[in-house]
Design a protein around this ligand. Structure first.
Ligand SMILES: [Zn+2]
Length: 252
């Protein structure tokens, strides 16, 4: 009341334009003080968190797998742990991963605790300077990378992904239009666990636990030689997040 009374007195004595400007500033201040946007993730609703795992295979990785240089490009122990926990998680799968492990993708796709989403066909970056990944700027090739993986995942799971994660999380405004045109939601933003090539699970656990907040999308990898500490880290992260009152959910 006091505020509006003062404002009214000022308005009567000053130029109408100045009065309007003061009113606008008051509204802005009040808005800032009360919080502009009601965010359900922070107020009331369940403390949901989204664990996501990228299942990368590049052509070079496929070659090494076929040559028998690596046992697998994922951690079977990690997958078994997640299945046992029945903690809903989202996997971003490359087409080459689906080709290498069709039975696994099929099996997890039929498990309601797993959501299988699109991580392009062969992990070619959509932008330059993306963690040293080979990259393309070719619009048709980008579309092909995404669409081929959509078809492969649909063929194995009976469900078309609705979410896309770009290799190396690198994309431009133009790539946003490509995803939009294909009806896919980009899921590159989130809490980056830093598990790629990280040998110490402590580093991953600390980063995830300290960065966790309601609604966070935690970005990890499905283990294997390029994410050697992820399995150990996840075995600690899952119970600790549960203890902190978080509920896991899949990205739909
Ligand atoms: Zn990736």
């Amino acid at each position: 009341m006091f505020l509006f009374g003062t404002f009214w007195q000022m308005k009567r004595r000053t130029d109408p334009l100045v009065g309007t400007a003061i009113a606008a500033v008051l509204v802005l201040l009040l808005t800032a003080a009360t919080g502009f946007e009601y965010d359900q993730r922070r107020h009331g609703g369940p403390r949901k968190i989204y664990l996501t795992f990228d299942a990368d295979i590049t052509p070079e990785m496929r070659h090494r797998l076929q040559a028998g240089e690596v046992p697998a490009w994922y951690s079977p122990g990690l997958v078994a742990y997640l299945e046992k926990q029945q903690a809903p998680v989202t996997l971003f799968v490359t087409g080459l991963f689906a080709e290498a492990y069709p039975e696994l993708v099929k099996e997890l796709g039929s498990n309601s605790h797993f959501s299988i989403q699109n991580h392009t066909y062969d992990h070619l970056a959509f932008q330059s300077d993306c963690y040293g990944l080979p990259w393309t700027s070719n619009f048709r090739l980008k579309k092909y990378e995404i669409q081929k993986t959509q078809q492969m995942i649909y063929a194995l799971t009976g469900t078309s992904p609705r979410n896309l994660r770009h290799p190396g999380l690198c994309y431009s405004l133009f790539d946003q239009f490509v995803a939009w045109e294909l009806g896919l939601k980009i899921r590159d933003a989130g809490l980056v666990s830093g598990d790629a090539f990280q040998a110490d699970p402590r580093v991953i656990v600390d980063r995830v636990i300290s960065g966790a907040e309601p609604g966070a999308v935690v970005i990890m990898h499905l283990g294997g030689p390029n994410a050697p500490a992820t399995e150990s880290a996840v075995r600690e992260i899952v119970p600790r997040l549960k203890q902190a009152g978080y509920r896991f959910d899949v990205l739909r």
